[in-house]
Design a protein around this ligand. Structure first.
Ligand SMILES: [Zn+2]
Length: 256
């Protein structure tokens, strides 16, 4: 079982049996980035190719920049799990998934090497261009599943992708050293307002005014992606200002 790679950047096809047609004729409008979270890339690919794993992705990028395609882009790969973004709950049908090999937070979380980042950048650019994926829909797994997932994590260089024209990004507001922000247990109008801003950006969050665990997970996911200097899940002014800037930078059509 094999196929022709969709991207000229894929040097190898290692077909996974874990896929199905995209549901309701959906086309990919989200590019979702992950880390593998296992010790070696070979282990990751082996697992994603086993029927009993029940998981897969479209591409895997090894530390040396090697790109392996595992599922055709036209098909629904199984990488997102229970997740939600901007009202879409079938993220697998609506996305293309890239697994970037990195052992992850539980495996020492090494830096993403330069050769790997170059390959990720080129692959993202190719996919975004071919499918017309909008910048604000290039996302982390943690953005669409903030309670369950941390990947690809705060070491992933979203600013670099943005410099290459990929993804939605604004310069994060610097952190004021004295500003520890507010955390779990707080409630009120400010919390409701900021929860509403996260929801407008796309995060799955109710503006109920209670700073409970789910809100802390969403704040942490946001920080990992957009304000990686501190990922403590607390609402400080830097986080809020960065979120405001991102909302202001959304294309007008996105808000209607
Ligand atoms: Zn993931």
């Amino acid at each position: 079982m094999t196929f022709e790679p969709d991207s000229p950047l894929a040097c190898e096809v290692l077909a996974s049996p874990n896929f199905e047609p995209r549901r309701d004729g959906r086309r990919p409008t989200i590019l979702l980035l992950h880390y593998t979270g296992v010790p070696t890339c070979a282990k990751a690919v082996d697992w994603l190719a086993r029927p009993e794993s029940g998981v897969s992705c479209h591409y895997v990028v090894d530390e040396d920049g090697r790109v392996i395609q595992m599922v055709r882009e036209s098909m629904r790969a199984w990488h997102a799990g229970l997740s939600c973004w901007a009202g879409e709950t079938d993220i697998n049908s609506a996305s293309i998934g890239i697994e970037i090999h990195n052992p992850g937070h539980d495996g020492g979380y090494p830096d993403f090497p330069e050769a790997q980042m170059q390959a990720v950048e080129a692959l993202c650019r190719d996919i975004v261009a071919r499918h017309g994926i909008r910048s604000e829909r290039v996302l982390a797994h943690s953005d669409v599943a903030p309670v369950r997932k941390k990947d690809p994590g705060e070491k992933f260089d979203w600013a670099r992708l943005a410099r290459a024209g990929i993804g939605h990004w604004v310069e994060p507001e610097p952190i004021s050293r004295s500003d520890r922000g507010i955390g779990m247990g707080y409630g009120g109008a400010l919390v409701a307002e900021v929860q509403g801003m996260f929801a407008r950006y796309g995060y799955d969050l109710e503006p109920d005014g209670d700073f409970e665990e789910k809100t802390a997970f969403v704040v942490t996911a946001f920080q990992r992606h957009f304000r990686p200097a501190r990922t403590d899940g607390r609402l400080d002014q830097s986080t809020i200002t960065t979120l405001e800037r991102l909302l202001a930078a959304l294309p007008c059509s996105r808000l209607t």
